[in-house]
Design a protein around this ligand. Structure first.
Ligand code: BES
Ligand code: ZN
Length: 873
């Protein structure tokens, strides 16, 4: 049997065609029993059948193989479940001939509490603690529920039957075909599914309520939630119905199943999971409460639903051939969710907000420890790590770049033909490129390979040299190092009033063009500005020479640029500053040009950058910190005054989101008025949870404000927040509080908050929200992480959540000593599943440390920040 060990993929002498699965979960003993009958095509005569299984008990007695429709039954002579490779090897005494056969296996397993495979989740019903049974199979955990060929390319049909307590709701991918009740138990069987991958199979058993609607062509759509919460599903239901109709048009293919259920699961590791016909969600990503959810929560629900429904086509109907192409699923669903959200809620300006995705992609991909979009996968345990900003955000961004290069209409047409061609089958990245190449006549494959097969991205430097514009590309690295990469860059450029737009492919390291060809005159005179990467549609950064940069600063100040371009100028400047290719002095001067900014996305990024600069300044030049704070408060105050603490009648969704972010930032920056106002309103809220003085959009700001002054010896605000946490049954409210609890400046209280995150009162999926500590909390959090490492590994070690602990705690440091210290600790606590994250986090600390050193050497900084701090707006 050794020949099957250590292989990344299953041998292919047996191909599954149809699974008949029966499961009987026991919600009291936390065990389940099951059986599976798989119709197989034996494509090569063999004495072995090898399939996936893990954490299941299977005995040789319970396995049999029937040839064709004859009654010849083979029993295995030996079986072995090899846990390390997660395979079940069946050895037969006789050779199984080529042809068809039926493999049956009985097995038992445990309903685990690790949020993967077949697991249990808890909830309250009438004040009583209850257990539900749920599945989460992606990427490779169907094998923990039933033995199967657990690879995305091994598609088959599924016929599922459940034996469950008769009072419970039992759901699976397909509608119920038959339900037979027998006393306390019922047997529910579901219609046979169309051909699909194992990672999309799903089952949920528990007590739920639902709301229901249907699409124009009769697809029945339901949203399930805990009993009493179904009304909170109405918003998602409405989004789902409209989105299904929209995708049907966009992909020119109808939704494949007769029904779509969406369900909120109290314990859930990811945000949501696109199981075919039964999409599972965290409560925060599905339920919306008119009274107590914030605008940001509403947007989250809409985009998550749009994302998961996109997978029903891109992922479920057409599936990646192997995990190397995961980005096709995730990058594409992310991109298309913006298309749907924009169509449903144009006033949200969601395409501007897309820049948040790109910038997060650029941030991760600016590390030497990044990875290419297409990445080799040699073991199931390597898959979890690639559900990251590269697959999702860089993936979505390069798709957007390509769409904008090819044109929306041609892009859609080619996609629709790709979906048709690969429906019910599998595809690789090249297959998508081929469809787009055929539809557009452009060399898509060649263009895109440079973006998906190598990590990183370029910074395009542009400078004026007499009557020419000179372009040069080199790999951008946040460390300031020079990378080796080279790309085919779709450069776009605009100038003046956006009337002049040009584009060309930068295919070599450098290139030059006559200015006259671009802007009609040979000189860049007066206030004539030039902006590259128009609308930030490309996945690259731009570095301008002094002349061009000064003109852009002016254009920002005079609001001559579009919001996306204002975003880009700032974001690139920040990245270049961190990479020590521009001074902090010039960055803060540029930030000063944003004082009249009104756009949500630009301001939101300005806030992010402000808080990062504040942190690094505190490390590098503590003697100037007060000036930095004063400057930043001045920068944001103008907008905060316009927005106030309460919603204006008929105000926009974006103002509602912005208010929360600005006030939270002002609280963090220690702005007196915000702190006072926040604490006044918090008191009113404690007296009446429905007070109009503290609507959901500003609650987090008030929570953070009261925590700023809280300490171990003066912990009444902390206690009050805990009380609110304990009393609410809305997950979004709980999350808001967890995200504020550790924001005090007192190490003793921060430690108490961190310990609370690991208590039984916090679901393990939510503990990471509490790691957003400030600078004063860094060392406490690190000591706490080391202290609790064993516990964390036990609770989170088998999933991707553990990586969040490492990056949240390690990345904020900014000294070389810390790099050493962290390395030393993990040298004796190594784990393959955190290896990449750890390297990335350490790289970030090194980048911060170098940045600190270079800031200290900046002579001009002190005068510049003083001047900005005292400037009156
Ligand atoms: N397919 C993923 C869920 C998933 C994530 C499974 C990680 C296994 C490991 C799902 O479609 C997804 O992408 N969910 C996102 C939310 C989405 C809106 C970005 C998530 O879980 O964060
Ligand atoms: Zn997804």
């Amino acid at each position: 049997m050794d020949q099957f060990k250590g292989q990344p993929r299953l041998p292919k002498f047996a191909v599954p065609k149809r699974y008949d699965i029966r499961l009987k979960p026991d919600l009291i003993s936390h065990r389940f029993a099951g059986s599976v009958a798989v119709n197989l095509d034996i494509v090569a005569a063999t004495t072995f059948i090898v399939l996936n299984a893990a954490e299941l008990s299977v005995t040789a007695d319970s396995v049999s193989f029937t040839i064709g429709d004859s009654s010849t039954v083979f029993k295995p002579s030996r079986i072995e479940l090899i846990e390390i490779d997660e395979i079940l090897v069946l050895e037969f005494p006789q050779e199984i001939p080529v042809g068809q056969g039926l493999l049956t296996i009985e097995f038992e397993g445990i309903l685990n509490d690790r949020m993967k495979g077949f697991y249990r989740s808890t909830y309250e019903y009438n004040g009583e603690k209850k257990t539900m049974a749920v599945t989460q199979f992606e990427p490779a955990d169907a094998r923990r529920c039933f033995p199967c060929w657990d690879e995305p390319a091994c598609k088959a049909t599924f016929k599922i039957t459940l034996d469950v307590p008769s009072e419970l709701v039992a759901l699976s991918n397909m509608p119920v075909a038959e339900e037979i009740t027998n006393g306390n138990l019922k047997t529910v069987s579901y219609e046979e599914s169309p051909i699909m991958s194992t990672y999309l199979v799903a089952v949920v058993v528990g007590l739920f309520d639902y709301v229901e609607d249907h699409t124009l062509d009769g697809v029945k759509v339901r949203v399930y939630g805990q009993v009493g919460k179904a009304n909170q599903g109405k918003f998602a239901l409405d989004v789902a119905v409209k989105t299904l109709e929209l995708y049907k048009e966009y992909f020119a293919t109808p939704y494949s199943l007769p029904k779509l259920d969406m369900i909120a699961i109290p314990d859930f590791a990811a945000g949501a999971m696109e199981n075919y016909g039964l999409v599972t969600y965290r409560e925060t990503a599905l339920l919306y409460d008119e009274q107590h959810s914030a605008a940001a929560n509403k947007q989250r629900v809409a985009t998550v639903v749009a994302h998961e429904l996109a997978h029903q086509w891109f992922g479920n109907l057409v599936t990646m051939e192997w995990w190397t192409h995961l980005w096709l699923n995730e990058g594409f669903a992310t991109w298309v969710s913006y298309l749907a959200t924009d169509s449903l809620f144009p006033e949200w300006q969601i395409w501007s907000q897309f820049l948040h995705e790109s910038t997060e992609g650029l941030r991760l991909d600016g590390l030497a420890e990044s990875h290419p979009i297409e990445v080799d996968i040699n073991h199931a345990c390597e898959i979890d790590e690639i559900f990251d900003a590269i697959s999702y955000r860089k993936g979505a961004s390069v798709i957007r770049m390509l769409q904008s290069y090819l044109g929306a209409e041609c892009f859609q047409r080619s996609l629709a033909s790709y979906i048709k061609k690969y429906a019910c089958s599998n595809a690789k990245t090249e297959d998508l490129w081929a469809a787009l190449e055929e539809g557009s006549g452009e060399p898509v494959n060649k263009l895109m390979n440079s973006w998906t097969k190598q990590k990183g991205y370029p910074v395009v430097s542009v400078k004026v040299n007499e009557q020419k514009l000179e372009f040069d590309q080199s790999q951008f690295l946040s460390s300031g190092a020079q990378g080796e990469g080279q790309w085919i860059v779709p450069v776009t450029l605009c100038s003046g009033t956006y009337e002049v737009r040009k584009s060309f492919l930068l295919q070599t390291k450098s290139d030059a063009h006559d200015i006259k060809d671009f802007i009609g005159t040979a000189n860049i005179s007066g206030n004539y500005w030039i902006k590259l990467n128009v609308d930030q549609a490309g996945f690259y950064r731009v570095k301008y020479d002094e002349v061009l940069a000064a003109k852009l600063r002016y254009a920002v100040e005079k609001q001559l640029l579009s919001a996306s371009d204002r975003f880009g100028v700032l974001d690139d400047a920040f990245a270049l500053c961190m990479a020590r290719r521009e001074s902090l002095t010039s960055l803060i001067n540029l930030m000063g040009s944003y004082r009249e900014e009104v756009d949500y996305t630009v301001l939101s990024n300005l806030i992010t950058i402000t808080l990062k600069v504040e942190r690094i300044a505190a490390d590098a030049v503590p003697q100037l910190l007060d000036y930095f704070r004063q400057f930043f408060i001045g920068l944001l105050q103008h907008c905060a005054e316009r927005l106030g603490w309460e919603p204006k009648p008929g105000e926009s969704h974006l103002d509602a989101m912005l208010r929360g972010e600005i006030l939270t930032a002002l609280a963090v920056l220690g702005h007196d008025l915000t702190l006072e106002e926040g604490s006044k309103r918090f008191q009113a809220f404690l007296e009446d949870r429905n007070t109009p003085l503290l609507p959901p959009d500003t609650r987090k700001a008030a929570y953070v404000a009261v925590m700023q002054g809280a300490s171990k010896s003066n912990s009444s605000s902390y206690e009050s927040l805990l009380k609110v946490y304990r009393e609410t049954d809305l997950s979004q409210e709980k999350t808001r509080i967890l995200g504020s609890l550790s924001s005090s400046r007192d190490p003793g209280l921060i430690l108490e908050a961190l310990n609370f995150m690991l208590s039984s009162e916090v679901r393990s999926q939510d503990a990471v929200f509490g790691l957003a500590v400030n600078r004063e909390g860094r060392d406490v959090a690190w000591a706490w992480l080391k202290e609790n490492w064993e516990h964390l590994v036990k609770t989170y070690g088998s999933g991707f959540l553990i990586t969040r602990f490492v990056s949240a705690v390690v990345s904020p440091f900014a000294s070389f000593e810390k790099v050493k210290e962290v390395e030393e600790f993990f040298a004796s606590h190594a784990m393959p599943s955190i290896a990449r994250t750890l390297r990335q986090s350490l790289e970030r600390v090194n980048i911060n440390a170098n940045w600190v050193e270079s800031i200290r050497k900046e002579d001009s900084l002190s005068d510049a920040v003083r001047e900005l701090a005292y400037r009156k707006y």
